[in-house]
Design a protein around this ligand. Structure first.
Ligand SMILES: Nc1ncnc2c1ncn2[C@@H]1O[C@H](COP(=O)(O)OP(=O)(O)O)[C@@H](O)[C@H]1O
Ligand SMILES: [Mg+2]
Length: 384
């Protein structure tokens, strides 16, 4: 079965590292392409190739050397993937799904066209066009601006509420604008679909955001949403992965608004930060599930074993340089705390450096652990 299979992964960050760990459990040979020689995967992939996953020739040549090609980042050269597919290569997610999802404008168009609920939006070719729309009254504060390409972890998202913010915080290039939604809860569902078209869904997680950085500080499962909202969200995630036709994982981020609506915020066709807790808290980790899906095997059970929370270890503001995890030993003494570090040598403000999962009989206990960890663990750089 799996041994002898060569899995290619475009991107060598922490998602790739955890995918490699799952692959090694099944004796799958891992090949990883990333431009950074010090990427998380460098020390763990069977073959780590330093190269640009946005370069046509590099991706084409890499793809020809592996049996199954997948991604851990969506900003890759999809034209090369299309050629590989035409030549009969196994590529998941497909170049078609990727080309739509990696551009937030096209992604929103796709959701809207298929009747999937999402916040209303307008697309703009430049920041000047946005200023003009504000001047002529067709666009009003407050709104959220998102760059169409290359945004991640809150970079590429700007909340504009005043004329001062319009002057100072507008992002350059093509972007989309959404109204600022009043959010009661932000949830995510990891969906998986295999080559046979079977779908498995993880229970919704609820995400808590860092007030400054617009990225997840911690999350927990089960989410604190009523059962009927969870059911509706699961139904929506199921429909979404089928409509996109993705083989592999699709992380579906949603808002449950103050007005009671469920809106899809965005989707990602790969393992996702909001699924990290599945390694320690669920019957099958998202990484094993991704492998099962792209290799054409049966999907694994997604049951939650015990209440689970996950806290992201983010680089502390004010520190850049060689990383030091201050307080790590104390964290290891917390019962049920599982530490995952990503192998990044240097920290910078809000960089994702690792995560800790907390598993407990009661969610309150796991969430108590999250607070303790936020107080005791600091990702810093020693003073030189
Ligand atoms: N229309 C909106 N209204 C309110 N908050 C939003 C809106 N869009 C995004 N956000 C907030 O910003 C975060 C990051 O936006 P998102 O589009 O998910 O970008 P990223 O690619 O960085 O994850 C969201 O998780 C949410 O907290
Ligand atoms: Mg997001």
């Amino acid at each position: 079965m799996t041994s002898g299979i060569r899995l290619g992964i475009l991107g060598g960050g922490q998602l790739g590292k955890m995918l490699c760990l799952a692959a090694h459990q099944w004796d799958i040979e891992t090949w990883v392409l990333d431009p950074n020689p010090a990427a998380s995967c460098a020390a763990i992939a069977n073959q780590f190739i330093v190269g640009d996953f946005n370069d046509y020739e590099t991706v084409l040549n890499f793809g020809k050397q592996v049996d199954v090609l997948t991604i851990e980042i969506e900003h890759v050269q999809e034209e090369a993937l299309r050629v590989l597919e035409d030549e009969g290569a196994v590529v998941h997610p497909s170049s078609k799904a990727l080309s739509v999802i990696k551009n937030k404008g096209l992604q929103k168009d796709f959701l809207a066209k298929h009747g999937l609920p999402t916040a209303p939006y307008m697309r703009f070719g430049s920041e000047e066009a946005i200023r003009k729309a504000v001047r002529d009254g067709s666009l009003r504060f407050p709104f959220v601006q998102k760059t169409e390409t290359d945004g991640y972890d809150g970079r590429g998202v700007s909340v504009i509420q005043t004329t001062d913010e319009l002057r100072d915080n507008l992002l350059m290039g093509a972007s989309l604008i959404e109204p600022l939604i009043e959010i009661r809860a932000e949830i995510a569902i990891i969906a998986a679909r295999n080559q046979q078209g079977e779908v498995a869904l993880y229970p919704p997680v609820e995400m808590a955001f860092h007030p400054e950085a617009n990225l997840v500080s911690h999350l927990f499962c089960p989410a604190s949403i009523p059962d009927q909202v969870a059911h509706a969200a699961l139904k929506l995630a199921d429909e979404t992965i089928r409509v996109f036709g993705v083989v592999g994982l699709l992380a579906v981020e949603m808002f449950w608004s103050n007005t009671g609506e469920l809106l899809i915020n965005e989707v990602a066709p790969r393992p996702h930060n909001s699924g990290h807790h599945t390694i320690d808290g669920h019957a099958t980790s998202q990484f094993e599930q991704h492998l099962r899906a792209v290799l054409g095997y049966a999907l694994g059970p997604t049951d939650l074993y015990r209440a689970t929370a996950m806290v992201n270890l983010l680089g502390e503001p004010g520190y850049s340089g060689p990383v030091y995890y201050q307080g790590l030993e104390e964290v290891l003494a917390i019962p049920g705390a599982k530490v995952h570090l990503y192998g990044k040598h240097t920290t910078k403000p809000f960089r994702k450096m690792g995560h800790v999962t907390l598993v407990a009989d009661q969610l309150e206990e796991a969430l108590g652990g999250v607070q303790k960890i936020k107080n005791m663990l600091h990702v810093i750089s020693p003073a030189l």
